[in-house]
Design a binder for this molecule. Sequence first.
Ligand code: FEC
Length: 310
Amino acid sequence: DDRKIGVLVMSYGTPESMDDIEEYYTHIRRGNPPTPEQLADLTNRYDAIVGGFFPLRENTDRQVCGLQEALDAIAPDTYVCYQGLKHARPYIEDGVKKMAEDGIREAIGIVLAPHYSIMSVGSYIKRAQESAEAQGLKMAFVKEYHLHPKLIRTLTARVQHGLKKFGADVPATDVKVLFSAHSLPERIIEMNDPYPQQLLATSAAVAEGAGVTDWQFTWQSAGRTREPWLGPDILDTLQEVREKGANYVLIAPIGFVSDHLEILYDVDIEAKSVAQQLGLKLERIEMLNTDPLYMETLAESVIALQQERG
Ligand code: FEC
């Protein structure tokens, strides 16, 4: 239906099966195949979380359906959602092509990541924009939604719920809250990238909403490359807060919106095991996945941009 407005929902992407890990990893590494050791290491991490099942794929599918429903509830028969992944099929370019084939002339792009960095959301947008131009499609993009009131509200509720995970005899004031997000190479700082500031703004708003005063922000999941990445890394932060006397830590990975490798392995297995060695009790907030307030955040961001466009 060419009167409908396309919505390209973009997400990181995950392999379809264990056999696809090499192709996926090669794509992330911009065409450079991983060494056998690197491939084995990544395969082992997927094995450890799921053993042949990739939760991000299903979660992204559900989020796209959830956004479609949220859009239909606010503006029936107006928007139609498509999926485009950064590192797996259907790629961003496949999603744009599909919209064009379906006769869509005008579309909005949005990424399933709330904070803008030129190296993250910026690169999704660049690829979508280039392909839209090639297909003769008019596209506009939601760049960020990290302070949308409904996003803050649902993250706040999740932190409040998380604070109770330590049991009735542990008062919330005894818990150190660590907000986290995916690290990026340090050179984004020289580019004046808004990513670190936006992450701090979300953290501060959620901490305030939840009445948390003892919190800090830390990075996680830094890439395995030679250049320096933004720190402090979560594993070092755990050690530091332990040395300063913390007994209970709640991780709030506000830079992510789904259960996937960076949560189920990097936090739930790796960080938990370091915490255990340090004698720290560690819990984490539940990820958003298809949280209705998150779906409304996305839908309202899309609609606001479309209205602005006129
Ligand atoms: O569950 C899954 O299958 C996918 C989990 C996953 C998510 C994710 C999110 C982000 N990444 C970001 C940046 C980078 C940069 C590099 C990089 C490398 C990897 C590797 C894997 C991986 N990332 Fe990722 N990322 C996920 C998975 N990421 C696997 C490769 C092995 C490794 O280093 O661990 C470095 C690329 C290079 O080598 O040059 C940079 C950012 C996000 C959060 C925003 C978003 O979702 O787009 C930023 C989920």
